[in-house]
Design a protein around this ligand. Sequence first.
Ligand SMILES: Nc1ncnc2c1ncn2[C@@H]1O[C@H](COP(=O)(O)OP(=O)(O)OP(=O)(O)O)[C@@H](O)[C@H]1O
Ligand code: SF4
Ligand SMILES: [Mg+2]
Length: 342
Amino acid sequence: MNVDNPVLEIRNLKKYFPRYSGIFRRKTGEVKAVDDISFKINSGETLGLVGESGCGKTTTGRTIMRDLDPTAGEIYFHDNGKVIDVVKLEGEKLREYWKKARMIFQDPYSSLNPRMTVLNIVGEPLKCLKSMSEKEIKNKVRNLLETVGLDARHAERYPFSFSGGQRQRIGIARALALDPELIVCDEPVSALDVSLQAQVINLLEELQEEFKLAYLFIAHDLGIVKHISDRIAVMYVGKLVEVTDAETLFNFPLHPYTEALLSSVPRPEADYELNAISLEGEVPDPLDRPPGCCFHPRCRYSQEICINQEPELKNYGQNEKNPHFAACHFAQEINLRNIDDF
Ligand SMILES: Nc1ncnc2c1ncn2[C@@H]1O[C@H](COP(=O)(O)OP(=O)(O)OP(=O)(O)O)[C@@H](O)[C@H]1O
Ligand code: SF4
Ligand SMILES: [Mg+2]
């Protein structure tokens, strides 16, 4: 998708968390959970955001939602030709933004209040943000439940009487209640069985088509975002290391971290265990990021320069319409394997 019609733009976004220690709880450092990232999401488009645990995906999503305040950077939301400076929003204006941008979460068990009926869970945003009568809310909730493939007659039931997949559908219905334009999907299928994952992803794709939704789709695994994403951003310790369209990323990766992630995409037909590139060690602590390219301690192509100099995120795309950003000193020299090589 090359149409330049952004619904969301983030520029040089940073979110640092102070770390306190000692008996006086003095500030002793900063966790750079999100460190200077920029991207945009076009209207109706899905941007996949992928990386291992702790690399800053959820923090990115929560900062975009203004659930967390950014340490620095800009967030712009485009609403019918108007550009909204999200960082500056407060009070009623922020609540207006929360109608247009919603978030769904990984865990369909803890994200739904067990003491509320489905009617109240899905209807809650309607009560808080719009002046609708009880009857109108009930009708709208019933329609929403049917839209996500649930039985509208079960609206009076509590979350415990639904399966994991059904609960995730309830979370999706709640996110849709206010006719949003953007949904941040934070690992929405990671807690589900493989068979249910495809169903929920198909549902999200159908809803995207029907309501022209844009998604920021967060996942650990490139396999999960492969079909749903138009473009993919790969994140490592708070930074973006590669961003391009999904097809190019799978077929012509430019960053060794992407190559390693591609090698571990589950393929039922292949014994991928034998081929997977094993990444030695853990993701570094963002409090104590390695110098130079912070992937260097785990990179099989690392050279002297990688330890001393941080690579910039540069565009190696063939033309402006099809950018291919990567942050590796040797992006043009090393010949990485693609999805079919494992
Ligand atoms: N509220 C917080 N206070 C302090 N540190 C935090 C906070 N939230 C996240 N972090 C730290 O920020 C870093 C990024 O965390 P984040 O949850 O964004 O990662 P993630 O990519 O979503 O991981 P996962 O795949 O496990 O969900 C981690 O080191 C985490 O410990
Ligand atoms: S800059 Fe060096 S260490 Fe970093 S990914 Fe490229 S080759 Fe590996
Ligand atoms: Mg997360």
